[in-house]
Design a protein around this ligand. Structure first.
Ligand code: ATP
Ligand code: MG
Length: 720
């Protein structure tokens, strides 16, 4: 008992020991929310005797899930760690058990971006579309948005229509968007694939059509805990609500100042209205910060104090004083990065490890300059981009081999049949595609049935087929890591990379091997190849390569929930951060919360930097308002800013804020309303221009239509 409660403050103890009912923890950054959550898990298991497999613990990243699993295993000495995972990963687990309810096989595939691209390629080829119609990344966004908002019940088609019926819908589609959308649904169903958006939808659907399955999961999950609750979105909320409806034990933690995903549908109201949604909610607040120095906290508090729409709370320091927060303004992006490199060299000279240094930025493109300079400066770094590590070519190829062994699906087949080269080029592949289409079979079985055809004479098709057959006959009895190594060897894939001389690719493979190995030791009894494959698609490179002694580079979104001793927040220029796209007051406050998240990642020291230059649209880049938002005496400027620059910045920021304010304010008149303008006289509103925060007005006395700013004094005509 003492073990679990030691090292917790009074509020944390309450959070840990209040096990029953609906509990909400609202607390600031670094106040020990995540710590309370993991201790609560241990408390439930060790002190109360709850089985880990009856607890669902939702973390925001796979990395925190891993960490928590390790910790629980240490505490409980048990291989069974229950359901500690992200929402998506949990859904994969549910589907692995129950997807049969919608007549999908348990061997469904989890699709990532590069799988989706492969499917798009097929669709574009078949229907003569080009990237000019829509780039792949736009197409993926379109599909996502359509699934979320425009066709939210698309999954019903996927589940109920036969493959032929879906195919027909695709063939009948005329517009590019429809062709892509239906083509994609058809492709998905063809390989029983599910993308991230499908995962929760399918689970919710299964729960709604099969009360037995729903009840089974409700009964199984005696306790549910959720971290980073301020960023929960509607689908996740619905899922959580269903799941906790039987035992009614739900524990959530969140910080309203750290909501940074409203652009993707996260809703803070779920945290704020929690006590109205659920009965007898107990709320616990924690304000003491255990992560950062008082200097860092003072700057962070000062920054977030500029948000009007917030519950006022101040983080209280518990750690002793440290060094001041430093702000450095540079003339160019290169100079900015060189300054950062210099500071890092100095830190290293003082004995700081490179892995204790993290560089955060708002947008990916900033990392390019960083990389260039770091290469020159010989500073080793790792980019934790949040894009899928598993989307890289060599990783994808290797995983496709593994998938082929289990599923023999077309996607994987297309990827690796001719990698390394086996003389199965376009002509022979087309032969297989035709055969498969005529005989309604997969490409793999097409190959099986035509392997003696003369078209394959002189190719290595037979060798490839034998390789896959050999492995799929015995894979269940071999540990995944062994299988993996012999596959890389016997397929000639690793040898091919070696011949190409690509060290980076070989390194990535080594990293993958390591992750397979780690998977094996952490997954206990579930460590089958199928299980590995269905979860791996959800991982990003943030989850791997964490232990290298290199500087970490990542976006702030990726850094959420994490902490680092030394943090550089760079690219703090207007147009970059806040981003150029920030058009409303709410969006600006979200940008500020994002900056707050960045500040509060730092433990010992925080450096803020920016560089003059031009934004993509040619506008001049001033220092970010987030610098000026911090009380000046809480920052140490490496050099005083030019007086002219400060003046111009203030003017620029002031006018941008006015515009945003105007844009966010209400349009009192609607098109068709009659109005009177103080100078121009009477007229009619014929439109609204939200971007410019203006009305389009046709004045009775003027021949043409005018844009009139919202700031102008306009009254309703009959109001006089
Ligand atoms: P965030 O909002 O950024 O997710 P958090 O509230 O989840 O932060 P934690 O990550 O749990 O905060 O804790 C921040 C740091 O403070 C961690 O290093 C943690 O180990 C430490 N910590 C938490 N509680 C205590 C405590 N009672 N005594 C000492 N250290 C603590
Ligand atoms: Mg946390």
């Amino acid at each position: 008992m003492t073990d679990i409660l030691a090292g917790l403050n009074e509020q944390q103890r309450q959070a840990v020991t209040a096990t029953e009912g609906f509990i909400r923890v609202i607390a600031g950054a670094g106040s020990g929310k995540t710590r309370a959550l993991s201790h609560r898990f241990a408390y439930l298991v060790n002190e109360i005797g709850i089985m880990p497999s009856n607890i669902l613990c939702v973390t925001f990243t796979n990395k925190s899930a891993h960490e928590m699993k390790h910790r629980i295993r240490r505490l409980c000495g048990d291989n069974d760690t229950g359901y500690i995972s992200t929402f998506h990963s949990f859904c994969v687990t549910v589907l692995q058990e129950d997807i049969n309810a919608v007549h999908y096989p348990k061997s469904f595939l989890v699709l990532d971006n590069s799988d989706i691209n492969d499917m798009l390629k097929v669709i574009y080829e078949e229907r003569g579309l080009t990237l000019r119609h829509m780039t792949f990344s736009k197409a993926r966004d379109m599909i996502e948005i359509r699934k979320l908002f425009k066709d939210p019940e698309y999954y019903k088609f996927m589940v109920s229509l036969s493959l032929e019926e879906l195919h027909l819908k695709y063939l009948n589609a005329l517009e590019a968007e429809d062709i892509i959308f239906w083509g994609y649904l058809y492709q998905e169903k063809k390989c029983f694939g599910l993308d991230y958006n499908d995962l929760i939808k399918y689970v919710l659907h299964i729960f709604s059509v099969d009360a037995g399955i729903r009840l089974k999961w409700q009964q199984r999950l005696e306790y549910i805990m959720i971290d980073e609750y301020q960023d929960i979105d509607e689908l996740q909320y619905r899922l959580m609500k269903v799941l906790c409806d039987y035992h009614k034990n739900l524990f959530i933690v969140g910080d309203p100042d750290q909501t940074i995903y409203t652009w993707r549908g996260a809703k803070l109201k779920y945290l704020l209205d929690f006590d109205q949604e659920f009965p007898q909610v107990r709320t616990i607040m924690m304000m003491e910060n255990y992560r950062s120095t008082p200097q860092i906290l003072a700057a962070a508090n000062s920054l977030i104090g500029n948000n009007k729409n917030r519950i006022n709370k101040v983080l209280l320091p518990t750690l002793p004083g440290g060094v001041p927060v430093v702000y450095h303004h540079a003339k160019t992006a290169e100079a900015e990065t060189r300054w950062i490199a210099l500071q890092i060299h100095e830190l290293v000279a003082q004995g700081v490890k490179l892995s204790d240094v993290t560089i955060l930025y708002r947008a990916h493109f900033i990392s390019r300059t960083l990389e260039e300079v770091f290469l020159k400066e010989k500073l080793p770094y790792t980019i934790y981009s949040g894009v899928q590590f598993f989307g890289r070519m060599e990783i994808k190829d290797t995983l496709s081999y593994l998938r082929l062994i289990v599923y023999k699906d077309d996607l994987s087949f297309l990827r690796v049949a001719n990698v390394p080269k086996r003389n199965i080029g376009v002509r022979r592949m087309n032969f297989l595609k035709d055969y498969a289409a005529q005989n309604q079979c997969s490409l793999y079985s097409a190959l099986e049935r035509t392997i003696d055809h003369e078209i394959f004479k002189g190719t290595k098709a037979k060798g490839f087929f034998d390789l896959i057959e050999g492995f799929s006959a015995g894979y269940q009895t071999v540990p995944v890591s062994d299988l993996f190594n012999s596959l890389l060897d016997q397929s000639g894939y690793e040898a091919m990379l070696r011949t190409e001389g690509s060290q980076e690719r070989l390194d990535n493979l080594a990293e993958l091997k390591q992750s397979v190995y780690e998977y094996e030791i952490t997954s206990g009894e579930e460590n089958t190849l199928e299980n590995y494959l269905s979860h791996i698609g959800l991982l990003t490179n943030t989850d791997t390569a964490y232990n290298k002694n290199t500087v970490k580079l990542m976006t702030i979104h990726t850094a959420k929930g994490l902490e680092f001793p030394y943090v550089f927040l760079c690219g703090l220029g207007e147009g970059v951060f806040p981003s150029k796209k920030t058009a409303t007051l709410e969006a600006m406050e979200e940008e500020r919360r994002l900056a707050f998240v960045a500040f509060t990642r730092a433990e010992k020291a925080l450096y803020l930097t920016d560089a003059e230059g031009r934004n993509l649209d040619g506008s001049y880049r001033y220092p970010s308002r987030f610098i000026f938002n911090v009380d000046k005496d809480l920052l140490v400027y490496t050099a005083e800013l030019d007086e002219g620059l400060v003046k111009e910045s203030n003017w620029h920021i002031g006018s941008s804020e006015k515009l945003i304010e105007a844009k966010s304010s209400e349009f009192t008149f609607r098109p068709g309303d009659r109005i009177v303008h103080g100078i121009m006289g009477a007229g009619e509103v014929i439109g609204i221009n939200r971007d410019k925060a203006a009305y389009l007005i046709k004045f009775d006395d003027l021949g043409t239509v005018r844009n009139i700013s919202l700031r102008a004094k306009i009254e309703a005509e009959n109001g006089r």
